[in-house]
Write a protein that binds this ligand. Structure first.
Ligand SMILES: C[S@@+](CC[C@H](N)C(=O)[O-])C[C@H]1O[C@@H](n2cnc3c(N)ncnc32)[C@H](O)[C@@H]1O
Ligand code: SF4
Length: 373
């Protein structure tokens, strides 16, 4: 059986740039729907030739803010994917949306185009926090958007950002309880990360405010695990919680190291071709992308591909298959590193599956650095 195949479409524009965000984003401008459709179709056709006879598990419109994209662009990408590959029976077609009133009015149109899962960037249910995060919506608009999304789409997920400065453990518990009361079948709960080069990165560097302490972040993470589990949304990945069967099929393609095509500016793809893992990255700047600038392609070294596979798989609660024949063990000292992390209670290995404990998942970057660094 071939690996699952997904398509990621990056829409790079946003109404305004949030002070914490380091994604490949640009201030919104009127988009030439024809030029975007031509460029995206050109790349979808190019990669479809390399992934013949396979159906799509998922299509994901991410960003940026793809809920600002012209509807004909979304419709055209869905039709093109159907023509080039076709969709598996349970295929997931997700669109990320910001919860402003203007975007809510477009939900029916997106559903009509074939979007069957909406991912809303709620971020917080508190007005002051939304202001601090530089968002365009308030808590009331977020609640209206959740309700409108639940009317228009069979599957709705939303994102929250916690561990904001000044937020207490009790504040987080109350906010999360409110979020769970909307009955969404999937939630993404992200700890606020201070990214270098962002407005928040500069503010923290200058000492204007400090991020939440590690211990508080750990307590908030644990509270999220406990509360989502009690509500029937299991933590199937570090930051992602779902009711059984409602996990994101698209993100599972990444985490289980399936194949994916990435189109749009700065999109990443991974294809398995004649035994090699090919990493592909499109040009970052929208203007270069539209002009057809070359994509970067690299055949990953086996060890690099193995490290990627393990890094992705360890994000999952169930872990990743890992055998003594894997490239990792070819390296001197590999067993010792693994033993140390198992001894510290951060990893668990039964000879077949390697998984991170709850503590290990919370500090996964450090664990991966110990393992591969
Ligand atoms: C790239 S955004 C796209 C979604 C949409 N544009 C939005 O903002 O609602 C995807 C998600 O990443 C999360 N995110 C982005 N930067 C983050 C950061 N520095 N710390 C924590 N979460 C972040 C936010 O929750 C956001 O909803
Ligand atoms: S968080 Fe979303 S809306 Fe804000 S800049 Fe990033 S992609 Fe755009």
């Amino acid at each position: 059986m071939s690996k699952p195949l997904g398509v990621y479409v990056h829409w790079p524009y946003c109404a305004r740039i949030c002070p914490y965000c380091d994604f490949n984003v640009y201030k919104n401008r009127p988009a030439d729907a024809g030029a975007w459709t031509t460029a995206l179709t050109r790349d979808l056709e190019r990669y479809a030739e390399r992934t013949q006879d396979r159906k799509l598990t998922s299509l994901y419109f991410g960003g940026g803010t793809p809920s600002l994209a012209p509807l004909p662009v979304i419709e055209s990408v869905i039709e093109t994917c159907d023509r080039l590959w076709g969709f598996e029976p349970q295929a997931e077609i997700t669109l990320e949306a910001n919860p402003t009133d203007a975007e809510q009015s477009r939900f029916e149109g997106f559903a009509g185009a074939g979007i069957n899962r909406l991912s809303l960037g709620v971020q917080s249910l508190r007005d002051e926090a939304l202001k601090f995060l530089g968002r365009d919506h308030d808590a009331a608009a977020a609640k209206r958007a959740i309700a409108a999304a639940q009317d228009a789409f069979s599957r709705v997920t939303f994102d929250l950002i916690y561990a904001r400065p000044g937020q207490t453990l009790d504040d987080w518990r109350i906010e999360l309880a409110e979020a769970l009361s909307f009955g969404a079948s999937h939630l993404s709960l992200y700890q606020l990360t201070i990214e270098p080069g962002t407005a928040f990165g500069f503010a923290v560097e200058k000492g204007r405010w400090a991020p939440a302490e590690d211990d508080l972040c750990a307590d908030m993470f644990d509270a999220a695990q406990e509360m989502t589990a009690a509500a029937g949304l299991h933590a199937y990945e570090i930051s992602n919680h779902a009711a059984p069967g409602q996990e994101s099929r698209h993100n599972l393609v990444y985490w289980t190291y399936g194949d994916y095509v990435g189109v749009g500016p700065g999109a990443h793809g991974r294809l398995s071709e004649t035994g090699a893992r090919i990493a592909i990255e499109t040009p970052l700047a929208p203007r270069d992308y539209l002009a057809g600038a070359p994509h970067e392609e690299t055949a990953l070294e086996p060890r690099e591909a193995e490290m990627e596979r393990l890094s992705m798989g360890l994000r999952l609660h169930k872990g990743v298959s890992f055998a003594e024949t894997d490239a990792f063990f070819a390296e001197a000292g590999a067993y010792e590193k693994l033993d140390r992390l198992i001894g510290d209670g951060l990893l668990h290995w039964d000879g077949q599956m390697l998984c991170a404990s709850a503590d290990g998942r919370r500090i996964l970057n450090r664990v991966l650095y110990e393992l591969f660094g």
